[in-house]
Design a protein around this ligand. Structure first.
Ligand code: IVH
Length: 711
C-alpha cells in the first residue's frame, strides 16, 4: 500500500495555506483523486505521505467542490464521503462503523455547521462537549468481562486490522478494567514527545532509521510485530460503546449516556482520557462558549506534551446525537475544528554551518520559504551532523518542517516519494568554518577545537549584552574593532588590559565615547555574580540557569569548589549537564581569576553559600531565595508589556526581580503558578491563568508588592 511513485502534483507541496485550488477540468479532477488516494494510503499505512495535512485538506476540498459542480462526473475512487479517504482496508469487522469527522477551518464554518445541526434536530443543541483532537491513530479496544482481548485499527471504518500484539505496550489502555464490563473503548493511540524521543533513540540503537514525527512513530510501532524491543505509546479514549454480549442493562445505559458521562465512566474503568491532561474535555452550552474553549485549547497547544491537530466538538446528549444521526463518513453531531498545520513540506535548498559563541558548529537548513502557523519559515535547525546522516537528508530534498508556538523550526525528515534523483549529498565541514581550526567531532555536537576562543566576537558581544554585564557602548561592531585591532583576545582583557589610549586609537572613538565606555566597564564590575557567570558563556547555562547556580552557591569560590555531584543539587541540572559545567568552569579558571582580580563581583547579593556537607536540596542559598521576601516560594510568570516603575525592565530583569523577592521566575503558566504579572498585550498566558483561576497582578500592583526589591 506504500506509495513509491510520485503522481502529478495538483497541490504543490509547500504552497501557502489557502482556499482549495479550483480544479479546471475532468483531467485535473481525476489527477487530484489519484493524488489524494495515494497520499491517504501512504499516510494511513506509515505516515509517509507526499502531502502535508494542509495540502491534503485543500486537495480534498477541491475534489468535493468539483463534484458538487459536476455531480455526474464523480469517480468511484473519490475520497469524498469515505473514511480514511477510501484508501485503507481491514479484515476484522467493526460492530458499529468507526467513522471519521467533518472539518471546520474557521469560526464561521463552525457556526454555520452548528446552525444546520440545530435545524436538522429542530431544537437547540442542549450542550456541547469540547475536547482536543489528538494527533495519532484511531483504535478500538474490545474488553470481555473487563479483560482486553482485541485491538483493531479503524481501517476503512467498516473493518480494521488486528493489532492485538500491541496489547500491554500502550499506556492508558489497561489490560484489565476496574470492573468486569464487556465494552468497546475507542480512542487515539499516540506517542508523547518524550515517548517519541525515546522511540527514536531505541530504534536508531537497533540500526533503524528515526521516525519523522510522533504520529509516524505511533503508526509504525502499532503495526510492527516481533520487534526486538518495545517502545511505549499512550492511549486517550474518546468513545465507549456496548458490544453484542454487553448485556441489555449496560447496553441501554451506555446508549443513553451523555458523552461526558461516558468519558467519566471510561476514567472509572481505568482508561486514560483527555481528563488527565491540561486540556480536559469540557461541557458548555453556547456556540460562543464553544469558540472560547476552542481558543483556550489552541493557546495551550505548543506547551502540550503530545500533538493535537484540532478540537473536536460533539453534541453531548445521547438524545441530540440520535436525532442528528450519521452520514457514511462522519456523524452529523460532531465536528473537527482544525488548527493551523504545524508541519509543512518544503524544499531543502542548502545547509549552513554556524559557529556559536561557545564554539559549537551547528548545521542550519536553508529552506524554500514556507508559511507555517502564521509565520514564514526560511531556516530550521538540523540538530547535528549525526542526525543529518541518520535521517538521510540530501540537498534538494523535500522535507517535512515542524514549527509550533515560539519554538525554533526543525526539519523532521525527507519525503522520499518526492525524490527526483537530482538530490545532492550534504557536505560536512572539514575545518571550523569560522577560524579554520580543527573540529572536535568526539561528541554528537561538533565543536571548534578553539572552543569559545574561536568565535571571540560572538562571545565578547554576548558577555557585554544587556542581560549579562550590560556594557553600554560595547555593541557588536565595537567588539569587532577591538578584536581586529588585537586589543581583546579574551573577555578579561576588557577589564585588565584595555587602556584609555587603546580606545582613543580606534576609529569613531572620541574622548566622550571613550570615557562613557570606560565608565560602563567600571559599572559592569558591580553586576551580581549571576550575570558574571552568565557572561562567561558556560555551555548549557543561560540566564536563568546562571541565576539558579549563583543563588544556590552564593559565591564564585563555592561554585568553583563544587564537583559534579554538588552541581546537581541545583534545580534543573542533571547528571548529563553537571560534569560539563564543572569542566567548563575549570577551563575558564584563568579567566575567572583575572575577572576577580580586576574587581568584578564574585558574590550574589542576598544568597548564602550552602552549609558544608549539605545534602540534596539543602543548599542554604536555595533556601534564602524561597523562604523570605514577599514572593517566598511562589512561582511567578511575567507576560505582556511592563509599565510604570517596571517599564524599563527587560524580561530578564523582571525575572531577576522576582527571584530577589523570593519567588521563582517561570516562562509558562501551569496549575503550580502562584502569580501571573500581566501587562498590556498579554495573550495566551493571561487566558490560561484566568482559566486555571491563578492570581493576576498588573505591573503597578506587582511593583507595589515587591517595591523594596526594585533597583
Ligand atoms: S470522535 C464518531 N474525538 O480524529 C466520532 N475523534 O479526523 C468519531 N480523533 O477518526 C471520532 N481526537 O481518529 C473523536 N477527541 C476526539 C478525537 C478524535 C482525535 C481522531 C479520530 C477520528 C479522526 C477524525
Amino acid at each position: 500500500m506504500t506509495t513509491t511513485t510520485a503522481v502529478p502534483s495538483v497541490v504543490p507541496a509547500g504552497q501557502a495555506p489557502a482556499e482549495a485550488t479550483a480544479l479546471s477540468d475532468a483531467t485535473a479532477y481525476a489527477a487530484a483523486v489519484e493524488q489524494a488516494v495515494q497520499a491517504a494510503a501512504a499516510y494511513y499505512d506509515n505516515g509517509s505521505s507526499a502531502l502535508d495535512d494542509d495540502a491534503y485538506d485543500r486537495l480534498v476540498r477541491a475534489i468535493a467542490e468539483y463534484e458538487a459542480a459536476h455531480p455526474d462526473e464523480t469517480l468511484p475512487g473519490s475520497p469524498s464521503g469515505k473514511v480514511a479517504g477510501g484508501a485503507v482496508e481491514g479484515d476484522v469487522p467493526h460492530t458499529v462503523p468507526m467513522l471519521s469527522l467533518d472539518n471546520a477551518f474557521s469560526d464561521e464554518e463552525f457556526t454555520t455547521w452548528a446552525a444546520s445541526l440545530e435545524r436538522r434536530i429542530g431544537r437547540p443543541v442542549a450542550s456541547w462537549n469540547v475536547q482536543p483532537k489528538l494527533d495519532g491513530l484511531a483504535i478500538a479496544a474490545r474488553y470481555q468481562q473487563g479483560r482486553l482481548t482485541r485491538l483493531i485499527t479503524r481501517g476503512d471504518g467498516t473493518a480494521g486490522e488486528d493489532v492485538s500484539h500491541a496489547i500491554g505496550t500502550i499506556e492508558g489502555l489497561p489490560t484489565e478494567l476496574t470492573e468486569p464490563a464487556t465494552v468497546e473503548v475507542r480512542g487515539e493511540v499516540l506517542m508523547t514527545t518524550a515517548q517519541f524521543e525515546y522511540a527514536n533513540e531505541v530504534r536508531t540503537q537497533h540500526g533503524g532509521d528515526p521516525f519523522a514525527n510522533p504520529r509516524n512513530a505511533a503508526a509504525g510501532t502499532l503495526r510492527a510485530k516481533d520487534r526486538a524491543y518495545t517502545v511505549p505509546m499512550t492511549f486517550f479514549g474518546y468513545g465507549l460503546l456496548p458490544l453484542p454480549d454487553s448485556g441489555d442493562g449496560l447496553a441501554a445505559e451506555l446508549a443513553d449516556s451523555a458523552h461526558g458521562d461516558l468519558m467519566d465512566r471510561a476514567v472509572r474503568y481505568g482508561v486514560n482520557t483527555p481528563a488527565s491532561t491540561e486540556v480536559p474535555g469540557t461541557v458548555v452550552t453556547t456556540v460562543e462558549d464553544v469558540l472560547a474553549r476552542v481558543r483556550e485549547i489552541g493557546a495551550r497547544r505548543a506547551q502540550l506534551p503530545f500533538g493535537i491537530d484540532g478540537i473536536v466538538i460533539k453534541a453531548d446528549l445521547a438524545a441530540d446525537q440520535r436525532a442528528a444521526g450519521e452520514g457514511t463518513r462522519a456523524p452529523r453531531w460532531a465536528l473537527a475544528f482544525k488548527l493551523p498545520a504545524v508541519e509543512k513540506i518544503t524544499k531543502l535548498l542548502d545547509v549552513e554551518w554556524n559557529v556559536g559563541r561557545t564554539g559549537i558548529i551547528a548545521p542550519r537548513a536553508v529552506l524554500e520559504p514556507v508559511d507555517i502557523d502564521g509565520s514564514t519559515v526560511t531556516y530550521a535547525t538540523l540538530h547535528n551532523p549525526a542526525d543529518i546522516t541518520r535521517r538521510g537528508l540530501r540537498l534538494g530534498d523535500h522535507v517535512m518542517v515542524y514549527k509550533a508556538g515560539d519554538i525554533i523550526p526543525r526539519v523532521e525528515a525527507p519525503v522520499a516519494q518526492l525524490r527526483t534523483g537530482d538530490e545532492r549529498e550534504i557536505t560536512f565541514p572539514a575545518a571550523c568554518p569560522q577560524c579554520g581550526s580543527g573540529i572536535d567531532t568526539g561528541e554528537q555536537r561538533w565543536r571548534c577545537e578553539r572552543g569559545r576562543n574561536c568565535h571571540l566576537v560572538a562571545s565578547v558581544a554576548y558577555a557585554a549584552g544587556r542581560d549579562q554585564l550590560d556594557i553600554e557602548g560595547l555593541g557588536h561592531s565595537r567588539v569587532v574593532q577591538l578584536v581586529d585591532a588585537g586589543l581583546v583576545s579574551a573577555l578579561p582583557d576588557l577589564f585588565d588590559r584595555l587602556t584609555r589610549d587603546d580606545l582613543l586609537g580606534l576609529e569613531r572613538m572620541g574622548e566622550t565615547s571613550t570615557d562613557n565606555l570606560l565608565a560602563a566597564l567600571d559599572a559592569a564590575k558591580r553586576q551580581p555574580l549571576s550575570r558574571v557567570l552568565c557572561a562567561l558563556g558556560i555551555r548549557g547555562t543561560g540566564r536563568s540557569m546562571s541565576r539558579r547556580i549563583a543563588r544556590h552557591f552564593a559565591t564564585m569560590d563555592a561554585i568553583r569548589a563544587a564537583d559534579a555531584e554538588a552541581m546537581q543539587q541545583v534545580e534543573g541540572i542533571g547528571g548529563e549537564k553537571a560534569p560539563v559545567i564543572v569542566t567548563e568552569l575549570a577551563e575558564l579558571s584563568d579567566q575567572i581569576d583575572r575577572l576577580a582580580a580586576a574587581g568584578l563581583s564574585m558574590t550574589e547579593p542576598g544568597a548564602t553559600p550552602p552549609a558544608p556537607g549539605a545534602g540534596a536540596g539543602a543548599g542554604a542559598g536555595a533556601q534564602v531565595s524561597s523562604d523570605t521576601g514577599p514572593l517566598a516560594g511562589m512561582k511567578v510568570v511575567v507576560t505582556g508589556a511592563m509599565t510604570g516603575p517596571l517599564e524599563k525592565l527587560s524580561r530578564n530583569e523582571m525575572n531577576e526581580l522576582v527571584e530577589r523577592a523570593g519567588g521563582k521566575a517561570s516562562g509558562s503558566v501551569s496549575k503550580n503558578t502562584g502569580l501571573v504579572v500581566a501587562g498590556e498585550g498579554a495573550g495566551s498566558k493571561r487566558t490560561k491563568a484566568e482559566t486555571l483561576g491563578i492570581r493576576l497582578a498588573t505591573p503597578d500592583e506587582f511593583a507595589e508588592l515587591v517595591g523594596e526589591f526594585i533597583r
